[in-house]
Design a protein around this ligand. Structure first.
Ligand code: AP5
Ligand code: ZN
Length: 217
């Protein structure tokens, strides 16, 4: 299956993607995680992305599309993938369509996670992620690690993302409404969108998502 996950910052895309990718046996491709890994490793790509991310703005399309296409071309993504955080504007959605079409492929679904803004703000404020593997995500209240500040999965140190501070979050929400929401209509035009509520426990949301994708767990 080829799926795009869309939803505001803090909706739980990364959290759900981990379970959905496992259930569907497809790789989880997060452009945010790829950028953060590049920043940790101090690569030129990471240096380029860092300033935009810190400001809550989108990294330029040229850089982002090239990185996403490179990842989607890896052997493990040949039979499907779950995209998280990409595409994020109409230019990226069109580039993805072109990439797939040239290979005789198409998307199966766009899963839209709906969460009220006040809940998103709470989720982001309490989020802590792992320094060793930034796809390991916790929440100080909703899903606390067994030992404060330490990742349950790999023992890495937990920290708060630089772009999770209040001002930047406000900017990211604004960018979501102006740049990313229009892709939902774009995909509605292709009859691909399934919308679910992302409120409730993590496993409830996963169950809802699997059902919406026509798969029972
Ligand atoms: P990115 O990393 O993609 O961030 P985002 O879209 O803002 O999404 P988040 O990671 O904030 O949230 P999420 O929905 O994954 O929520 P999570 O599962 O962590 O992008 C960051 C930046 O990178 C962008 O601003 C941009 O600069 C750049 N970028 C990335 N992709 C780009 C692109 N395509 N083009 C250009 N620039 C790009 O959950 C949040 C918290 O809630 C966690 O603490 C979690 O434990 C908790 N939680 C999750 N589910 C539940 C639940 N059901 N109940 C209670 N708590 C929950
Ligand atoms: Zn970890």
């Amino acid at each position: 299956m080829r799926i795009v996950l869309v939803g505001p910052p803090g909706a739980g895309k990364g959290t759900q993607a981990q379970y959905l990718a496992k259930n569907l046996s497809i790789p989880h491709i997060s452009t945010g995680d790829l950028f953060r890994a590049n920043i940790s490793q101090g690569t030129p790509l990471g240096k380029q992305a860092q300033e935009y991310m810190k400001a809550g703005q989108l990294v330029p399309d040229e850089v982002t599309i090239a990185m996403a296409e490179d990842r989607m071309s890896q052997p493990d993504a040949q039979h499907g993938f779950l995209l998280d955080g990409f595409p994020r504007n109409l230019g990226q959605a069109e580039a993805l369509d072109k990439f797939l079409k040239e290979r005789g492929l198409a998307l199966d679904a766009v899963l839209d996670l709906e969460v009220p803004e006040d809940e998103v703000v709470k989720r982001i404020a309490g989020r802590r992620i792992c320094r060793k593997d930034n796809s390991h995500v916790f929440h100080v209240t909703y899903s606390p690690p067994k030992q404060e500040g330490v990742c349950d999965i790999c023992g890495g140190e937990l920290y708060q993302r630089e772009d999770d501070h209040e001002d930047t979050v406000r900017k990211r929400l604004e960018v979501y409404h102006t740049e990313t929401e229009p892709i939902i209509d774009y995909y509605k035009g292709q009859d691909l969108v399934v919308t679910i509520s992302a409120l409730g426990k993590v496993d409830e949301v996963t169950r809802r998502a699997m059902e919406a994708l026509g798969r029972s767990e």
